[in-house]
Ligand binder design. Structure first.
Ligand code: GLP
Length: 241
């Protein structure tokens, strides 16, 4: 694992955007795996700036998002479709058909998940997967468990994840109870992985995930076994090391 230690969230965002931009410049027709949450928002803002300055084009890029709430329509204000449109897609020149997200309204989980895996495969696999990490070590919506879920699947969200995400919804009851998410094998199949962690509240889980044993109880710990992982973390998130 490569560790890029930065001072704060702003520096983390610039470093992450530079790494993603470098991927696109090196391979304009690349496949990006994208994430939601607060961790990548600043990086997306920096990528938009690079695009607006005429220095970066997404015209040949294909994207696959990690996860989506089950039961929320695409245009719901808290869907990850909406998040991606607001934070990146509508501000760059990514062709509309090139952005792939799981369909949270598909009642047929098996069809939805198998179709997503097939689409990633047909696109040639993911070149660079961007990740954040939950407070319990989840990546995507792969929650702590007794085993690593392999492929894209439907998951029951844990109470702690629902509570963490409650800030975006009117009440806890409004937070969806399930999500579709890429599995651990889907994520580890990416050629390169870029994970962003910031803030003192992630310091303990960062230490556990990257310097503790590999265990499905801490899903991000599996990243220790991938051959090309870059962790960009700020001083606060690294403070427990
Ligand atoms: C959410 C998302 C994850 C994200 C994580 C961390 O539950 N499903 O993909 O990485 O939480 O979010 P944040 O970056 O806001 O801490």
């Amino acid at each position: 694992m490569r560790l890029i230690s930065v001072s704060d969230y702003s520096a983390l965002s610039t470093a992450a955007a530079d790494l993603i931009a470098a991927q696109i410049l090196l391979k304009p027709a690349c496949v990006l795996g994208l994430a939601t949450g607060s961790s990548p928002v600043g990086a997306y803002r920096e990528l938009v700036k690079l695009h607006q300055a005429g220095r970066l084009s997404f015209s040949r890029v294909t994207t696959f998002n990690l996860d989506e709430y089950r039961g929320l329509p695409d245009d719901h204000p808290q869907s990850y479709h909406t998040f991606m449109n607001q934070n990146l897609f509508r501000a760059v020149d990514l062709p509309s058909g090139a952005a792939h997200l799981l369909d949270g309204m598909d009642p047929d989980a098996a069809r939805q998940c198998a179709g997503y895996e097939a689409a990633i495969h047909a696109a040639g696999g993911i070149d660079l997967q961007l990740l954040g990490m939950g407070h319990n070590g989840h990546i995507g919506f792969n929650e702590p468990a007794d085993f690593f879920p392999l492929d894209t699947h439907c998951v029951d969200l844990t109470p702690s994840t629902r509570q963490a995400n409650q800030r975006f919804f009117p009440s806890l009851d409004d937070v969806p109870r399930q999500a579709y998410t890429m599995g651990i094998r889907t994520i580890l199949s990416a050629r390169r992985i870029l994970i962003l962690v910031h803030g003192a509240d992630k310091a303990e889980i960062l230490k556990t995930a990257f310097y503790g044993p590999v265990t499905p109880q801490v899903p991000a710990s599996i990243l220790q076994l991938h051959s090309d992982v870059t962790l960009v973390a700020d001083e606060a998130a690294l403070s427990a090391l």
